[in-house]
Design a protein around this ligand. Sequence first.
Ligand code: UFG
Length: 324
Amino acid sequence: MAVLVCGGAGYIGSHVNKQLYKEGYKTIVFDNLIYGHREAVKWGRFVKGDLKNMQELEKAFEGNTIDAVFHFAAYAYVGESVQEPEKYYYNNIANTLNLLHVMRRHGCNKIIFSSTCATYGEPGKTPIMEDMPQNPINPYGFTKLAVEHILKDYHKAYGLEYVVLRYFNAAGADPDGEIGESHAPETHLIPLVLDAAAGKRPDIKIFGNDYPTRDGTCIRDYIHVMDLAQAHLLALRYLENGGKSDCFNLGNEKGTSVLEIVEAVKHVTDQDFPVILAPRRTGDPAVLVGGSEKARLILGWNPQFADIDVIARHAWCWHQAKTY
Ligand code: UFG
């Protein structure tokens, strides 16, 4: 069975690609390599191309019957999305319409879409459940919510079957050390703290310690990228078995504060480094923790790497030996 992995050279997409390949799927990775890494595509076939160019996309479909598409390809810098919304609306929404168009032309009617907890905005309560209101507070979150709505409409009108996966904070790396997280620029907490531990940056800045949380710093629900990968495989099987189109949160249902992440990294790496208090970062909600019961019950999802020390250790191993 052949599957297309759009954005499969990126952080989460590359881990899903590896797992799909290991499970015997024939994978075709389609990526423009703007943020993705060619070195991360060690499995399956690679087609370089951009979703804005339908001819390039056609090449990925040529010579294969694609049974399902995984769609990771998106810009994902929240701050940049506020400064340059047009870039986000074109890439994340308009280019997704191209993908759906080409899928329809080829009779491919299954998609697994990467959405985000950012679609919920400032949640009224935690844990966040799938049926709670979605009011994104930045263009990035809005683009993901817009695609969720598009998928619903295409389902009704054209019979497209979809699974929307709303990730909380993806973290960690492949335990085999073959692939991992590598963003340029890097804005995410764990890789930045690892940089401080490795002496690649002088310190780590804590963006605000006056939030209404147990230690004053923001709380997030960190979920291991391998557990995310497992959920994608289960979502594909779910659709193959006739499961109904639906949305699922993917998190550990466990909140970890910024300071707790710093402590975990110090412990795992056995390194000390300066921790500097800095002003709040605009648009950061105090607490984002998701309820993932639905994914557990319906998809049979069973995350294996919930321990924050394990997440930090796998990320550290990758960070020390990283090849891209
Ligand atoms: N943080 C710091 N110092 C840093 C970097 C981050 O204190 O140098 C804090 C942030 O303020 C935040 C927490 O660490 O409280 C986590 O920040 P990340 O940037 O690692 O992750 P976010 O929670 O901001 O972002 C993640 C995803 C986004 C998604 C968002 C939804 O990366 O794609 O969750 O809120 F949109």
